[in-house]
Design a binder for this molecule. Structure first.
Ligand SMILES: [Zn+2]
Length: 660
């Protein structure tokens, strides 16, 4: 049996003593980026994303802190922003905490302490805190779920737990505990007024994390209660819970344990599933785990874009024909131009997958985490780090969508979004990726994500482990891990071999490691390691065409270009002036070549090659096809995440392919 006495309690999720997980989080701050992709992204996060967002949220534009000040009686004024603005503010605080964990800048701590002081003054004596309801006249607490009280509470708990884990301070945690105790008093009893109240349920994840932090099982019980209640009570039975949305939109038509299909609002669904995975890590309940397995497969194998994005439509219907928004529709129904793919939903997909990685210890879950991070998460923010996308479509064409009428879809990234859920969600994610890079197995270490870093951690038996990782991944497929300090006894290093990485080689001290290397699985290298040992993973970074399942009508006879984990797109600045993105075709045997450009769009590899432009396909809706004519042009493809950083452009991920 493994000893849990030295388990790490300061992870991004603290599953250090969760009885039903195979891989456990390392402590926040144990892995520090040194050079390369994530080091660069983290630097932008630290120097631009987090401070810039702080100015927005603590000033009059974002009004996040103002709302707390007004609720605390420290300032005159009205509540501004949506009802869930407090939750988005807590997410930014969480990002600040992760940055502090990396750089130790005491100014950040002081800034947080000052804010926490204001939040504590805004909190009511019985623990209630939700500035919209506290400030605005005429609305009562826990009356209408559209106010997102659960969402705000969930982010409060998570942010406060992370703050405690990183700083050891109780000031923020105390606020969370008081609020959770209040939540328990309202929602633990079977009061029909409240049994359907859960909405945008980040409180499930938050409550489990609170349980893991303070050890009081009642928070876990309440988290489980929210799962048990969902779908148990029919709308007609419990009309006391007022307000749209209902049914599949909020995953209340089918109880989770009976669910076979991801439905409704994608963010709501995936926060819910992620929370349920946290509960399952503690309870080990088979019915819950089985349901989550089905739902994960359904999401990633039937409803996910090639970029890892999810939530195919802004407005639509579930397969039960409930009205839904920002969410899942039928399987394989994958529109490109109108794809919604909320940045939050994509991040939630990674959060759900990260928790499934813990539960099952299989690398396919980390594959999805990586796919999301490099593609549909990072596309939500500009290279500079100050402008945001809420929706992340796979195609953009000039002049066909009336963006004036869309509140969350934009032609270019925006410096502020009125609905501010995505930006801090993304920034806190970029700030914490280092905490996801490695996991602890029973006797060793799993390498989930690649990037230049230094790891100083402890294995589950308490032995010290120090290593460095050097790589130019994702632009180059060679990963070099050097042991700096480790125990004498044998232990395993699990290297994730991504599902696309066929032909990968694992080498120890210059010799083939002689282990099974299978794409889509961890390669297990178990041996007695010593200081100076070098473990190398060589992944061929071939440029590949990706085609969709033949049932995805929207991508039939089209291909996406992928190299390693990076999905590429073609964008109008890389085409001749008068060319339109809909004119672009590509030959199935096109010669494509990667080229690293250090000074282009933050430093990245483009792919050079030729495309064909077809100019004779513009008139009428349908017509008799004559011999098409094509013109060959040289171009470059850029990573999808880097699109729309050169003005208002056209773009497509999928390109019609001509097979000869
Ligand atoms: Zn969002």
């Amino acid at each position: 049996m493994m000893s849990l006495t030295n388990a790490q309690e300061h992870g991004t999720i603290n599953n250090s003593i969760s009885p039903n997980v195979k891989l456990r989080s390392i402590n926040i701050g144990d892995c520090k980026w040194t050079t390369g992709f994530w080091a660069d992204k983290f630097k932008v996060c630290e120097e631009t994303m987090v401070p810039y967002m702080g100015e927005l949220l603590c000033g009059d534009v974002g009004h996040g802190l103002n709302n707390f000040k007004i609720a605390a009686g420290l300032k005159e004024g009205k509540h501004e922003g949506f009802a869930w603005h407090d939750g988005d503010f807590y997410k930014w605080m969480e990002a600040v905490t992760y940055v502090y964990a990396q750089n130790g800048d005491k100014k950040l701590l002081k800034e947080l302490d000052d804010i926490i002081e204001i939040i504590s003054k805004a909190q009511e004596k019985d623990g209630y805190i939700h500035t919209k309801i506290q400030i605005d006249p005429g609305i009562s607490r826990y009356e209408n779920r559209k106010y997102h009280e659960m969402y705000n509470s969930g982010h409060l708990y998570t942010s406060a737990c992370i703050h405690y884990r990183v700083t050891g301070k109780l000031n923020f945690l105390d606020i969370a505990v008081k609020n959770a105790d209040l939540l328990y008093s309202y929602f633990m009893p079977d009061d029909k007024k409240y049994v359907r109240f859960g909405f945008n349920q980040t409180q499930i994840m938050g409550l489990v994390e609170l349980y893991r932090t303070v050890g009081d099982k009642k928070y876990l019980d309440l988290a489980e209660k929210f799962i048990n209640n969902r779908g148990k009570y029919k709308v007609e039975e419990t009309l006391a819970t007022i307000g749209y949305p209902i049914g599949d939109m909020v995953q209340e038509r089918t109880p989770l344990r009976e669910s076979t299909e991801a439905v409704g609002h994608a963010v709501l669904a995936l926060y819910y599933y992620a929370g349920a995975a946290d509960v399952a890590a503690e309870t080990g309940e088979k019915a819950l785990v089985d349901a989550l397995d089905r739902l994960w497969e359904n999401v990633t194998d039937k409803k996910m874009y090639v970029t890892g994005a999810v939530g195919q439509t802004h407005y639509g219907a579930s397969t039960n024909r409930d009205k839904i928004e920002e969410g899942f529709i039928d399987e394989y129904m994958m529109p490109n131009m109108t794809a919604y793919n909320e940045t939050c939903a994509n991040i939630c997909n990674a959060m759900f997958s990260y928790r499934m990685l813990g539960l099952h210890g299989e690398s396919k879950y980390a594959d999805v985490v990586e796919l999301v991070l490099y593609n549909s998460a990072l596309s939500g923010i500009s290279i500079e780090g100050k402008d945001y996308y809420y929706a992340n479509p796979l195609r953009k064409i000039h002049g066909v969508r009336d963006y004036e009428k869309m509140n969350t879809e934009f032609p270019i990234r925006q410096p502020y979004l009125k609905c501010f859920c995505c930006p801090p969600n993304l920034v806190r994610t970029i700030a914490q990726v280092s905490g996801w890079a490695y996991s602890l197995s029973e006797n060793g270490l799993a390498v989930n994500l690649y990037g230049g870093n230094k790891l100083e951690t402890k294995l589950m038996d308490g032995s010290s482990l120090k290593l460095t990782q050097e790589t130019q991944y994702p632009w180059n497929g060679t990963i070099k891990i050097t042991m700096q300090e480790c125990k004498e006894d044998a232990f395993e290093v699990l290297l994730r071999i991504p599902s696309w990485a066929e032909g990968s080689k694992v080498i120890v001290n210059g010799k083939d490691a002689g282990v099974k290397v299978v794409p889509g699985a961890f390669a297990k290298i178990e041996r007695s390691w010593k200081k100076g040992d070098v473990l190398t993973l060589d992944m061929p970074m071939n440029i590949t065409f990706v085609e969709g399942n033949q049932r995805i009508e929207e991508v039939r006879n089209q291909v996406a270009i992928k190299r390693g984990p990076i999905v590429y797109c073609i964008e109008s600045p890389d085409l001749p002036n008068d060319a339109k993105i809909l004119e672009v075709y590509i030959r199935g045997n096109a010669a494509l070549k990667a080229e690293y450009r250090p000074d282009f769009l933050g430093g990245l590899s483009t792919i050079k090659g030729e495309v064909l432009l077809r100019k004779d396909n513009k008139e009428g809706m349908y017509r008799t096809m004559k011999n098409p004519t094509f013109k060959t042009v040289k171009t470059q493809f850029v990573p999808y995440y880097a699109w729309s950083n050169r003005g208002d452009s056209e773009m497509t991920v999928f390109i019609p392919v001509i097979l000869e």
